[in-house]
Design a protein around this ligand. Structure first.
Ligand SMILES: [Zn+2]
Length: 88
């Protein structure tokens, strides 16, 4: 039986297209309450070791971003979907 998958390197083009845009225009769906809205509407807490974005509907944590030493860590587990506008 022949496997029908390729390795993760095949994601390069798609991920570059998704993450090279202004993500404040992206629309997220809260995994907790299902609220759908632009990331620009999140309640953002910046007085933490990183940035914490909370849902305006249920106050659940939708995303966390920590930057340091030439890299960033992004936790999006509070979003069930992230809809990103792409060029083209
Ligand atoms: Zn919510």
């Amino acid at each position: 039986m022949t496997e029908t998958f390729v390795d993760g390197n095949a994601l390069a083009g798609s991920l570059r297209e998704v993450f090279a845009v202004d993500l404040t225009e992206a629309v997220g769906v809260c995994a907790g309450c299902g609220r759908r809205g632009p990331l620009a509407e999140l309640r953002l807490y910046a007085r933490a070791p990183g940035l914490v974005g909370r849902c305006v509907g249920c106050d659940g944590v939708l995303l966390r971003i920590v930057a340091g030493s030439g890299r960033s860590w992004v936790d999006l587990r509070g979003l069930s979907v992230l809809e990103v506008p792409t060029v083209g």
